[in-house]
Design a protein around this ligand. Structure first.
Ligand code: HEM
Length: 414
């Protein structure tokens, strides 16, 4: 039975269950809370941020699918606060025709035909990173591999200088993690500095490509016209910052969570490579299981039905994609990592008009990352005493996965 708008206030009260997207708990603990909501109250109301929390596959997919048809994606952040000095996250927080224009620009640039020829380049980046620690027989997979890999690949795709990778990774680290162990003031100062410097850097790239356009992705974006006018410098900056963040933290998180899992499940690390046919389904299963992104949508029409609730314009619905991907109705025994699972679409890359632009690139990076790691580190375990720290926020992930393994030889690839 559905609830009409006049009863919404009563439902809000009945379904109140605080939800903190930044809670200091483990991913498993958070997933257990979402599973409990799914069972007892699939659409719960969080009074702190004033948003609904959807927790089933049916509700989350129905909201994502209706973007531009009853829902908009601005603001995409549950508490509505923008970060990193952006006006809007472009294109994630754009809707309607302007969003379509951006997709018309970006989709061909990230299509398989553009991404596939970059395979050797990505493999060289992966092997260069592995070279730096392979002889020692130990590494922290996050700062030494999972974090720099997508950053360096992003620079190469954008045709920005590869030697800028450490600098760019440091900015992204400041955005995402602030100053670990530092005060809030120190974190704020580090983020402000990273924002200022990264924007100045992006402006330099934009100016260069305006003056000397090539056939690279940056030139194509910089010289693209929307409604007969080039994209403004400010919007270009918002777009490039968004692409940097969207591409880095997500790929990093999938590698980080997966390697943390494999450290405790070496049989599956071997199984994933036991049959070439299994690798793609295995990566899809890891994508389903790790599911790092957590979008938010707002009701744009007068009302919109979600589950048994009729929401009114402006109401926000927070959609933890991991909750959809762990819904047992869709994925039986959802917490198990099962490479032989019956193939069903997961929501890790979202759904509908905002579905991830970078999904071909992400899949390519993940495949190469796992292939090269496995080729050079066929078995490993967590360093004794290492208990990886996890975080939630807007991209869930793991901060440290220190592993030990049989030392190998450098390839000198990068
Ligand atoms: C495993 C890696 C990745 C995951 C899990 C992921 C996930 C997502 C999700 C869930 C969305 C939709 C958000 C929403 O609907 O609000 C999205 C959008 C987007 N992603 Fe990814 N992403 C990944 C990698 C990448 C990469 C490598 C890039 C490359 C630059 C990228 C660029 C983007 C962009 C530009 C959007 C915005 C699309 C739009 O608003 O139309 N992503 N991604």
């Amino acid at each position: 039975m559905s609830t009409d708008v006049k009863n919404l206030e009563a439902e809000r009260e009945k379904r109140t269950r605080p939800y903190d997207p930044y809670a200091q708990v483990t991913i498993d603990e958070f997933l257990a809370d979402l599973a409990d909501r799914r069972e007892k109250c699939p659409m719960s109301w969080s009074p702190d941020g004033e948003f609904w929390v959807a927790s089933t596959y049916a509700e989350i997919s129905s909201v994502m699918r209706r973007n531009n048809r009853g829902f908009v994606s601005f603001p995409n952040i549950p508490d509505g606060t923008l970060v990193f000095g952006q006006k809007r996250q472009i294109p994630i927080e754009l809707d309607g025709p302007i969003h379509k224009e951006y997709r018309r620009l970006l989709d061909p640039l990230f299509a398989p035909g553009q991404i596939n020829p970059r395979e050797e380049q990505i493999r060289a980046v992966a092997n260069g990173l592995i070279d730096d620690f392979i002889e020692s027989g130990r590494c922290d997979i996050i700062p030494q591999f999972a974090f720099p890999l997508p950053g360096t690949v992003f620079l190469s795709i954008m045709d920005w200088p590869l030697e800028d990778a450490p600098q760019m990774n440091a900015w992204v680290h400041a955005f995402l993690h602030g100053v670990p162990g530092g005060t809030q003031e120190e974190t704020d100062a580090a983020r402000a500095e990273a924002s200022e410097k990264s924007r100045a850097y992006i402006q330099k790239m934009v100016d260069e490509r305006r003056a000397n356009p090539g056939d690279d992705i940056t030139s194509m974006i910089v010289n693209y016209e929307i409604d007969g006018a080039p994209i403004s410098d400010e919007d270009l900056s918002d777009l490039f910052v968004m692409m940097m963040m969207a591409g880095l933290d997500t790929v990093q998180s999938v590698i980080a969570q997966s390697m943390n899992y494999f450290a405790k499940h070496q049989d599956q690390w071997a199984e994933m490579f036991s049959d070439p046919e299994l690798l793609d389904p295995a990566i899809e299963e890891l994508l389903r299981w790790t599911s790092p992104a957590v979008p938010t949508r707002s009701v744009a029409d007068e009302t919109a039905q979600v589950g048994d609730l009729e929401l009114k314009q402006g109401e926000r619905v927070h959609c933890p994609l991991a909750a959809a991907n762990r819904d047992p109705e869709q994925f039986p025994d959802p917490d198990a990592v099962d490479f032989h699972r019956e193939s069903k679409p997961h929501l890790t890359f979202g759904m509908g008009t905002h579905r991830c632009v970078g999904l071909h690139l992400a899949r390519k990076e993940l495949r190469i990352a796992f292939e090269e790691l496995h080729r050079r580190i066929p078995s490993f375990e967590l360093e004794p005493g290492c208990e990886p720290h996890e975080h939630l926020a807007l991209t869930w992930g793991v901060e440290d996965v220190r592993i030990v393994f049989e030392p190998g030889e450098r390839l000198g690839a990068a």
